[in-house]
Design a protein around this ligand. Structure first.
Ligand SMILES: NC(=O)c1ccc[n+]([C@@H]2O[C@H](COP(=O)([O-])OP(=O)(O)OC[C@H]3O[C@@H](n4cnc5c(N)ncnc54)[C@H](O)[C@@H]3O)[C@@H](O)[C@H]2O)c1
Ligand SMILES: *[C@@H]1O[C@H](CO)[C@@H](O)[C@H](O)[C@H]1NC(C)=O
Length: 355
């Protein structure tokens, strides 16, 4: 059955908003109907995109352009109030990550969303990265057997100017690698293995001398029983991280090196080379191992896949991949990691509800 196009507004057109707007224009199942952003240059962007410009959500909602759904691309601290306003008007929301900047306001939004009938999706678009889609398919297929453990790496070097004005807040407590980068990893781990329920972490030595943490060695326990270790550092020379491995960020050269190893009772998968290692013949350390790399990785644009998924969620054809609970869940795990750095203790995390 074909549906009418989902009428979408993009809220906030700074760096990332225009990319979402173009994805909407390129998607057959959606139609861009409005740009909402009070900044003067937003009018020019809307003109270029050929859609009406509004300076507030209320103005767009009152107009003939009233959207069915909105993509929230405003600064982090505004995600909660903006999502609340839109959802109160019955407008479905795709909320860019992070879901919120702190757990209490995130809980408040979660409670509010439950009182509305809108669908909410959180924009952890790496779930739609082709390598991750392929990894999820392999993990779910049972080909690795029962998943026992995961070993992950996010290691690279951020140059000092990353911490200069106008983003000198990255030197502060909330500007560290856990909330900015590890949150993506946590969401991918949640996607692959379900909720993390306990973490322990040791912080790496600080070389820059800022308050912001530079990484750590992290131990994870999942509700499913899977366990994981993660090495995180933004201050080492290394090709082993999601961006270098997949080449998804044009500003970070591709290395193609592996950043996840997923250990199952029958085989081990490494990502993004998608090698599946298993014993030849008898399952024993005495047997030779073979390496299969027959997995097809389809190159599709994550933003467009995410948008198509959002439209299907709105039509009731798919369950939201990254729900509000999972968006908040990723933040909770990151706060737990930071708390473990400080307390030298394992920290338990409430598991989000699985669909
Ligand atoms: N998924 C990703 O990989 C990814 C990448 C980049 C950014 N993001 C997220 O997207 C969000 C936006 O990031 P950015 O770099 O584009 O920010 P930005 O600061 O470049 O742009 C934000 C825009 O929002 C506008 N704005 C502020 N308050 C508003 C409001 N109440 N209503 C409407 N417009 C408002 C501002 O005028 C500005 O144009 C952030 O939350 C960021 O974390 C995600
Ligand atoms: C918030 O948004 C900015 C984009 O403006 C992003 O670069 C940053 O990593 C986010 N901050 C946190 C703490 O998540």
């Amino acid at each position: 059955m074909s549906h009418p196009k989902v009428r979408i507004a993009v809220i906030g057109v700074g760096l990332i908003g225009p990319r979402h707007a173009k994805a909407v224009i390129n998607t057959r199942t959606a139609e861009l109907v409005a740009i909402v952003d009070p900044a003067p240059r937003a009018a020019e962007i809307a003109r270029e995109l050929g859609v009406p410009h509004y300076t507030s959500i209320a103005e767009a909602a009152d107009s003939s352009a009233k959207p069915d759904a909105a993509i929230i691309c405003t600064p982090n601290h505004s995600h909660v109030p903006v999502a609340k306003e839109l959802s109160s008007l019955g407008i479905h929301v795709l909320i860019e990550k992070p879901f919120s900047t702190d757990v209490p306001s995130g809980e408040m939004l979660l409670t509010h969303l439950k009182t509305t009938s809108v669908h909410a999706l959180v924009g952890h678009h790496r779930r739609f990265n082709p390598y991750m889609v392929a990894a999820k398919r392999i993990v779910s297929s049972g080909r690795l057997g029962r998943i026992i453990a995961i070993n992950g790496l996010w290691t690279l070097h951020k140059p000092l100017d990353y911490f200069d004005a106008p983003t000198e807040w990255r030197r502060d407590k909330t500007g560290g690698v856990v909330l900015i980068n590890m949150i993506h990893e946590v969401d991918l781990l949640h996607y692959l293995f379900g909720p993390i329920v306990k973490v322990y972490a040791e912080r790496v030595v600080s070389q820059r001398g800022f308050e912001a943490e530079e990484g750590g060695a992290i131990i994870l326990k999942f509700k499913s029983g899977v366990v994981g270790t993660f090495t995180l550092s933004d201050n080492v020379a290394s090709p082993y991280n999601f961006e270098s491995g997949t080449g998804e960020n044009p500003l970070i050269p591709k290395s193609g090196q592996d950043f996840y190893r997923i250990f199952g009772t029958d085989a081990t998968l490494s990502v993004p080379d998608m090698s599946i290692w298993s014993y030849q013949g008898t399952k024993s350390w005495h047997s030779n191992m073979k390496r299969d790399s027959d997995t097809k990785v389809e190159s599709k644009i994550p933003f467009e896949l995410q948008l198509e998924h959002f439209c299907k969620v709105i039509h009731g054809e798919e369950e939201a991949s990254c729900t509000a609970e999972e968006g908040l869940g990723a933040l909770k795990v990151c706060e737990a990691i930071k708390s473990a750095f400080e307390t030298d203790k394992a920290v338990e995390v409430d598991a989000f509800e699985m669909r």
